[in-house]
Design a protein around this ligand. Sequence first.
Ligand SMILES: [Zn+2]
Length: 106
Amino acid sequence: MKIPKTMRKFCPHCKGYKEMVVTQTKQRGKNKTHTMSRGSRTRMRQRGLDRGYGNKGSLSRGAISSWKMSGAKSSKKLNLTLKCKECGKSQIFAGSRTKRVEISAV
Ligand SMILES: [Zn+2]
């Protein structure tokens, strides 16, 4: 996915459409992995760590083999930071899933 270096987007601080500088950021907020989320608990159950006493070897066994976690996504969610050129304030812009990101000068 090709993304231009600058975009004209709405700035809530200036209350208008301004030129913004685009940079890529790491996933934050609701995209973050939770240790006790449903997906995470499923993962732990597949490793045999969900029920019973003791820590059952804890997390030292390594990752789940691929046959248990088939259908894993190959793409990652894109998170962009848009920094306003006028006020200098930035905001995070969560985008769609992509395999590759390219921020071009155009
Ligand atoms: Zn602004």
